[in-house]
Design a protein around this ligand. Sequence first.
Ligand code: AMP
Length: 422
Amino acid sequence: MYQAPRGTQDILPEEARYWRFVEEQARRWALRFGYGEIRTPTFEETSVFSRGVGAGTDIVEKEMYTFKDKGGDELTLRPEATAAVMRAYLEHGLHNRPQPARLYSLASIFRYDRPQAGRYREFHQFNVEAIGELDPLLDAEVVRLLWQFLAGLQLSGLSVQLNSIGCPQCRPGFLAELVRAYEQHLAAVCPDCQRRIRVNPMRMLDCKNAQCQPAIEAAPRTMDSLCSECAEHFQRVRTYLEAVEVPYQLNHRLVRGLDYYTKTVFEVWPAVAGSQASLGGGGRYDGLAEQLEGKPTPAVGFAAGLERIILNLKSQNLPVPALPGVEVFLAPLGEAARVAAFRLADDLRVRGVPSVTGAGERSLRAQLRHADTFGARWAFILGDAELATGEVTVRNLATSEQVREPRDRAVERVLEAREGRA
Ligand code: AMP
């Protein structure tokens, strides 16, 4: 039998309420912060990501779903949203509007990664970007938005990890110092870090291998070598975060996987942190627009992973609102009754009542069992006797009480009972 491709999952109706809840909360907070929705294509020209995200990153080196289409164009399923949103910002001249452009999206993301708990090849992100302004208020604003969104889901035990990784002015000095410090430990660190020291030395700092921990402990800290502009920016971000009481922890090992970050970087971790644990993360990326052949354009944003958030909602047993269910199950007996039931269900739906008609030739018992699996409140039974008088038998499925009455009256009964409950 066929199976969904490795690293992907089907979301069945019983899971839908988690998705709806998380997506609605994301939209609610984005709108409350004044962010407008943007939807970009599922795939882009490959160079949007190879140039935007940066060679030497895991995403570009190993994880992209890249293909040539039938016309010979090199395309890639988006392995992250930010570069695509920046491409859209530049293409549509959003810099001509009042700045910053505040944008959010909910999108599927594709990475050819090794699947495991909380790590998929297709997953979904809530993505937020404030583009076109260097103000540290915006760094704090997006952290606050992420925090409100997660706290609004009632998730507990979360922490904000915060760092600044400098800019093209101060980072080269830091990297030289980092490489010097690491050279003394080179024999002891893992093969990945022996390679990273050449291609992406910053990434040595978030290596999870035990043998690399002593070198990381001894390594210099980005925060200690920020230029005065980056240091002041970071101090102001902290002041804003403190003003709205976002509890953050400074974390000098937080460097993030993508090349385009400058200055502020952050992640939100659940209580039990691990390499696959981060619920969301982001930072400032003032260099990205130029990588995509745009004018220098400061920007800051984050992405939060919906699958991981839902895993945490479940492990913390948090309440998630039920979706509106079926209220009336129409059980026809015979073909003539089925036509009448089909019409009556239509009336109910037009008047706002979710209703389902029994399909297939089934006994009344079987149909009532089916009604129970929907959690329906009412069954409308239509047999020959009801057909002859234009009536319907209304069964209250909670109490098993039944009355036979004209169809209009039955619809009124359902509507009145709903109002009583509302
Ligand atoms: P990133 O784009 O790597 O900064 O990731 C942002 C967020 O997306 C992470 O904090 C995770 O919540 C989520 N995420 C990243 N990679 C995966 C993956 N392979 N599977 C599921 N969620 C992921």
